[in-house]
Write a new protein. Sequence first.
Lengths: 404, 201
Amino acid sequence: MTIQRQYSLPNCKLVLEGWPDEAIANTPTARPLVSKLVSAECHFTHAEKPLVGGREFFESLVTAVSNYAQEFLSDVSHPSHAAGRPDLVHLQRIDQNRHRLIVQSESSNGSQPHGSGTPIQLDLMTVQLFDLVEAIDQFFADGQTLPDLSLNLAPVSKRYVASQEPITKRAMPAALGVSGLAVAAIALFFVPVPERRPAEQEPATEQSTEVSPAATSNSEEVESPPTVTPDNSPSPTAASEELEPSDSELVDPATESSDNTSDTTEASESVSAEDLEALLNTAPEISDPAQLDEMTLRLRDQLDSAWTDRDAGFDEELVYRVGVAENGDILGVKQVNGAAITYFDQTPLADLRYNPIDADAPGQEPIGQFRVVFRPDGVIEVSPWNGRPAANASPLESFVSLLM
Amino acid sequence: MKVHSPPAQSPPMILDSLPNPPVLDEVCPRRARLQIDLIILAIEALDLGGSEALLMAAKELELQGIVKNRVSLWRLRSTNPLRRNGQRRPLTLTEAKALVLIACHLARRLTVLIRQLLLAYQQLQEKQLSPDHHFRLSEYLERFRAHFRSRMNPKRAGVIAYSTDEKLNELALKLLGQLLFCTGTGGTQRLWSSLFDGDVA
């Protein structure tokens, strides 16, 4: 004799019919264990006919609905059901409040991937969807019905989310990198291999605007490093007292111009600039090349995933000097060129930076300094501010390593 | 048998109902910190005595060792990176669990109201009317907007994205739907797991 189990909610009723576990079927208990499913029915008050199916349908239903509920909570899409088996049940978001449940008819012998019938579509409002989720969760919580199925929640892996991006978006940085490398190689072909004579160093070529002073191991050694900021004269490798006047010069014109963002940011920018200055002067600096490399990658990833508004409408590069704690927290940001001030709010830095108000004095925590460039074409470049101490690397090698 | 142990020593059993996700250093990722605070903000917008209720709930769940008072609650919530006075301190998994348990506990009590408001919103949508046509719903939205604007740092890009009433209403309605999911049998587990989507190895 089959046993029926019901899970009822205002908009949805789940009815399961199954066989009791044979081993304990004879022992009289109030609520025997149902271990084998015969049929599952899912009734909605706003639908005429219930959704009906067997074990395959029911498993697919609970998995799809459970995953969709998690997507609803996190806005992160979950991978669909186990590969190799077609999903009988599928959910799609129509808008914030409406969700479409699509059910393929169950294959009778399992040989056909999809049944011959047309799929059933049912639109659910959020409250109706919740009732379905709740009916399923009540079933999961019921240890006396199909105990082999249980609520199995696990956050989606980072790796999966990364691969969700469309291929064009993923290929873009690689394509740009390769073409950049090609351009650099062609340009370098015409440049004679420079001997190490700092005083006569070639003025920077066009490409070197994309490259921070990588070859300069420390600022005293080289007197004229390649000019990094095309529109800003002081060299970035100069000591910090040289940077200060240039920064205040930059703040003034921006605040004078009737830019809508600048008057709101004026006060805090100057404050945070001071704070950053204090931070940069007092905090021990991270100089381990391996650690800097790792932090460079992490910072780039962090900014890349946070930069949503890539059509912000600026047409020159935004250059920033960024102080980063060992754990990746962005502690200070300093605008290097004028556009960097004007468009600061459009960059993810505005959002990711921590307010530097801190009661305990800064300085205990080592920081790494980076040069971050947002290009109008949507590419972010990150490199260590003081370059990489690549003592015996040739210019080409360090060039290439930056493009990787 | 009654044992009075100092609150700091034995972590409350209820925390074990939520698993530790494989995150770095046992601290919460950015999105988790943001979402927890927003969920609580939505509860406060639903319930006038929300902030008082949060502390009461902490007591009821015996989590007062973690959420001791108004100040410590504020500190935990200020790990939300969009806050005006964002705290640059980590939110540990234990602290986050306490906040999630409290939020879901309160959401469960507000189940009837949450359902009513969502149904009202659904009916207004069908008639193509704005949410302002329902008194209780527009009250919720108005309070949510006020809470959000008074507490979030308007200079952050993440806050600028919600500069208009419409955008904030959208966020408030999304959170209302998410709150409904927190009220269910598996609600706490579901909310907890969702906080780490895309942030685990």
